[in-house]
Design a binder for this molecule. Structure first.
Ligand code: FCB
Length: 468
């Protein structure tokens, strides 16, 4: 049976400003925390930086031409705050606003609906110098930046997201330290998570005031978590990871406060919460964007809840843990080591179905969903015939589209699907070595070549159905 999607379903691609724009000093753009981080020796693979990335700052007409070839009717991109307000909270740089205004016009001319993310990680460095997201003044600066952007673009852009992946902004960047600003301090990360959520809630009424006929939401990265063994300790460890990773953001946004088990596990590192914060965070969403890449299987080898807590932090390498499994009873889930991306992320389409149906069932207040990112890194090469053959990516996308279709059939109000990503780009700490694109980019010549997966995706968008 042909798996047809509902009429009006949105098929798009997603990108982020720092990953594609390049031209990091053009037209008055200020320094961002990612420029500074890239200059830190060893922080980024091969010493890559945000230049040239994909030079989308000047090549956006080419990128839109590619999108037309792919047949997408939506494009998710982000705005670089340091282009708009170079020092974060001071003078407005009209050239920065002009760039996004031109981009939006060109998209609309091409019949592509713009979905704008206000914050995809490139905080102005000047704000970081004053404490970044640990400083409550950054919340006010974000509200002002939001006001300036939405006032300028809100007549044409109707779909807004405040933040991309607050988990990454908080924990990946301030506890693990793999992303800018490279801090490694759990207490700081937990405060950042809270302040970012307050900034999200503070921005929602600003967007609604300046764009009354628009829609405002947030994009969360989610990782469905499964216990490896059918033991109490593993169920507990899975629940703890689930709360720390997924519910730590979703629950306060949905008015439920921070989840209890994770809260208790952070004893001594709790965030400072000011009166009124939790109400601000819980302002209603028009939609929730979900980024899904893989799942997590957790295992707490020997026992007590406390040990499970402690062990969770050390459970990065699921593979090793499988060695212990045989001794402890029934295996519920195990990571399929043979089915992973070039980044080692397990391919697990069922996780997308589980995630969408779980959130929809447990949080009935969310009116609409988008898959705002999903895709796979592969070691793509340009073949002698001038094409990029990536059957693995086609298989990956097909299986995930099927999972999304299944969720739709089961009643999840899924309105669109954005593939990560339009073209190979600057993949954060991995630099340009990690290719996620539907389009291949030669970073020496900036030549774009649509991969086989992009051609296949074009047939999907055209048919509004999953094709072979
Ligand atoms: C997500 C980010 C996106 C990209 C993909 C691979 O976490 O939002 O910018 O790096 O992962």
């Amino acid at each position: 049976m042909v798996k047809q999607f509902p009429q009006g379903f949105l098929w798009g691609t997603a990108t982020a400003s720092f990953q594609i724009e390049g031209y990091t000093t053009a037209d008055g753009r200020g320094e961002s925390i990612w420029d500074r981080f890239c200059a830190t020796p060893g922080a980024i693979e091969n010493g890559d930086t945000g230049d040239p990335a994909c030079e989308s700052y000047v090549r956006y007409p080419e990128d839109i031409a590619v999108m037309r070839d792919l047949g997408v009717n939506a494009y998710r991109f982000s705005i670089a705050w340091p282009r708009i307000i170079p020092d974060g909270d001071g003078a407005v740089n009209s050239k920065g606003l002009d760039y996004y205004s031109r981009l939006v016009d060109a998209l609309l001319d091409a019949g592509i609906r713009p979905f704008v993310t206000l914050y995809h990680w490139d905080l102005p460095q000047a704000l970081q110098d004053k404490g970044g997201w640990t400083n409550r003044a950054t919340i006010d600066a974000f509200a002002r930046y939001t006001d300036i952007v939405v006032r300028c673009l809100g007549d044409r852009v109707k779909d807004w997201a405040t933040f991309n992946e607050p988990w990454c902004v908080a924990f990946l960047s301030h506890e693990i330290g793999e992303h800018a600003p490279g801090v490694k301090n759990r207490k700081v990360a937990i405060q950042v998570a809270h302040n970012v959520l307050v900034a999200h809630g503070t921005a929602l009424p600003v967007i609604r005031q300046r764009c009354p006929d628009g829609r405002a939401g947030i994009v969360l990265n989610m990782e469905p978590t499964y216990p490896m063994m059918d033991t109490e300790a593993d169920h507990h460890a899975a629940e703890l990871n689930h709360q720390r990773f997924n519910r730590w953001f979703l629950d306060p946004i949905m008015g439920r406060g921070y989840p209890a088990l994770a809260w208790a596990s952070y004893a001594g590192n709790e965030p400072e919460i000011r009166p009124g914060d939790m109400d601000i965070i819980a302002r209603p969403l028009d939609y929730l964007g979900i980024n899904y890449y893989s799942r997590k299987v957790v295992h707490a080898p020997s026992g007590s809840h406390q040990e499970a807590n402690l062990h969770l932090d050390a459970m990065q390498d699921d593979a090793k843990q499988q060695g212990h499994a045989a001794y402890e009873g029934r295996i519920l889930h195990h990571r399929d080591e043979d089915n992973v991306s070039a980044r080692g992320w397990e391919v697990y389409p069922q996780g997308l179905y589980d995630l969408l149906t779980w959130v929809h069932t447990d949080y009935p207040g969310i009116p609409a969903f988008f898959v705002t990112e999903n895709g796979i890194a592969w070691n793509d090469v340009m073949a002698g015939d001038g094409h990029v053959h990536d059957p693995e990516r086609i298989a990956f996308l097909k299986q995930h589209f099927e999972a999304a279709h299944h969720a739709l059939e089961d009643g999840v109000p899924l309105r669109g699907y954005f593939v990560w990503t339009l073209m190979d780009n600057f993949e954060w700490a991995f630099g340009t070595s990690s290719r996620f694109g539907l389009t291949y980019v030669d970073f020496n010549t900036q030549q774009r070549t649509i991969k086989d997966s992009g051609r296949w995706f074009g047939r999907v968008t055209h048919a509004n159905a999953i094709v072979d």
